[in-house]
Ligand binder design. Sequence first.
Ligand code: DGJ
Length: 780
Amino acid sequence: MIAVRGNTFFLSTDNTSYIFGVTDEGLLEHYHYGKRVDVSDEAVTDSVRAMREKVSHGKGTTINYAKDSLTVTEDMLLEVSSVGKGDLREPFILVRYPDGSSTSDFIFKEAVVLDTPEMLKGMPSAISAGENVKQLKVVLTERVRPVTLVLYYTVFEKCNVITRRAVLVNSEKENIVIKRIMSAQLDIDEAGLKAITFGGNWGREMKRTDTIVENHTFVNATASGVSSNRSNPFVMLTKADATEEAGDCYGFNLIYSGNHYEAVDVSGFYKTRFITGINPQNFEWVLEPGEEFETPEAVMTYSAAGFRELSLNMQHFVKKHIVRGKYADKPRPILLNSWEAAYFNISESRILSLAKKAKEAGVELLVMDDGWFKGRNDDTTSLGDWTEDKKKLPGGIEGLARKVNDIGLDFGIWVEPEMISEKSDLYEVHPEYAMTVPGRDNSPGRNQMILDLTQPEVREYVKNSMRRVIGAKGVSYVKWDMNRMFSDVYSKALPPERQGECAHRYVLGLYEILKALTEEFPDVLFENCASGGNRFDLGMTAYMPQTWGSDDSDAYERTFIQTGYSYGYPMSTVTAHVSACPNHQTLRNTPLDTRFNVAAFGVLGYEINLGECNAEDFKAIKAQIETYKEWRDVFFGGDFYRVDDTQWMVVSPDRKRAVTMIWNGLCNPNEFYRKIKTVGLAEDKTYHVYNVKLRHNIKQFGSLVNQVAPVHVKQDSLMHNTIAKFVKMDGEVEDYTVSGELLNNVGIKLTQAFGGTGYNQETRLFQDFSSRMYFIESID
Ligand code: DGJ
């Protein structure tokens, strides 16, 4: 809901309010973003008076906003800030005018509530075409220059989300230069908040870092060209002592896939400013007379009840307003990806033998990863040449797809369309397509260069080459990869004074391509990937409903990575695979059931040579897939909760079915106790809680087998292996029928864990990296 009362704007969602107004000088003063407050018509005047900054005397070493004014913009909560009028904090906007000056002073002109929202033109948005959401449009004009700044606020009531974006219009007779323009700014009247950010590196995405910002500026940003694994654009700003269940928390994200910048700036007056938008580093946009520049859309949410509610807001919002197309609400196929099974050793026969085993296991989609196109035997060649290697695929993509379809599986294919290898036909013919700086050697990443998507003909090349691959008969899934950071950012198609536009124009070019291809192929399921999660963001998610969360498929590592994503993204956007052990990234061994349990909480896939699995593992994988199919709608459509550091839970929207999982890091002897509590179950329902009966391989007990064996068994001997093949130890059984109230508030004390003091069938074997899944069904 949006209410305009005089010069005050009240934006409300189900649980939050966002309120701001106009000062006598025409500045936009921010009053409140937080818990919903409803102000009656009679109370408006006094409520606004109560919420406004009071000024009666000057303030030390500050600049007054104007002559005869005591207003100090540095000590006010503002909706937008600029430079030159006394506000010394991180600005929202910085423009260089034709006279060389950079002072801006944007003053309120008018505001209107739109029933039909105005849409972004060149970037993805939370608003789908034709969607009926309320939008507030606020128009500000520069006090002395003919330049207009338009602010858009869109309210998503049910998800407790408000989005913001801005448009700058140049009505000067000459060019102006935008040095910085953010998407959103939030000023808060306290310091010492905690910035919670998520980043890492390749294989280590989304590690949570907490930083209390008492003073100065804390920045979460990237200039890598992609939203990056170093610093995801999703950021939380919370009370220092906020927890999963309590405390004020703000969550922000940006619907953008390039260089982004989030700053938490605490002023000398103990006020905190948060801004998010395109990274100003190496950004400079020349705006000609009559032209406008639009920023990406920023997403904001607030929870008065800790991280959990904030994450639910974000999950619901992303599912409902970002993910779109045929697969938005459709549980995804279980796939087998060839990468860790075969790497570049692709051949028709290898793919078909993987497909046969995959079919037998219950897999639904076979994905041929890298290595299938002309001359691609390692990562040094061929990017850009999107024709099949006939030596590897004699029947081409379509011939292979047909054979995979005949086996009873869908067929998917890997591409990396934004790249060019120096060793490629494309580079021979069109070296100018590569993003390089004339006269300089290019700094390669993974032996490849980036195609300059700012050039229209390069975009056409990418679209056309992809039309051939994606449009091949039998292709129903595409993994769109991107495997390097940017270097040598330069476009030969732009004049020198416009090179600061290059990185953003690249993103706009990419969006143009993605829009065209996803609209042309609405039945194809697209998976986003950038060496794992190097471009996991809401911009890509608006085109591709799922993203390969990390190249790290180690189940234990994945518990941290997936937990990181869960703060800001629904798990239905994060793909996760069961892979071989020792794991290819860590050489760690984790139990097969843990690999499944962790992957099942994302969008499940396998990335393992099923043909080389032993019979026991293959049987277990078959059973996993059967279980997953029974529970897929819950994993996919349910609300995800972090119950504690080693427990996840997912609950169906109707609260009738749920799954929870606990896991272990390193186990300790003589430690036995574990309780599971639940979150999100209906307290008036009765639930059946049970685990899947496990059958333990006796080899897990090593030479301890001799404590029960009638004859001595030498460890790893033929006898030991033979016994292990035929004799299994039954695992513990957990089976209860109890109320949701008891589960949520008291919990279940599980069977005693193995602690080095004995084992029987009532013992939970919970060794290093073990896990358990518990299924919960309402019996009402
Ligand atoms: C990086 C991806 O993250 C991997 O899954 C795989 O597709 C490789 N690229 C292929 O080169």
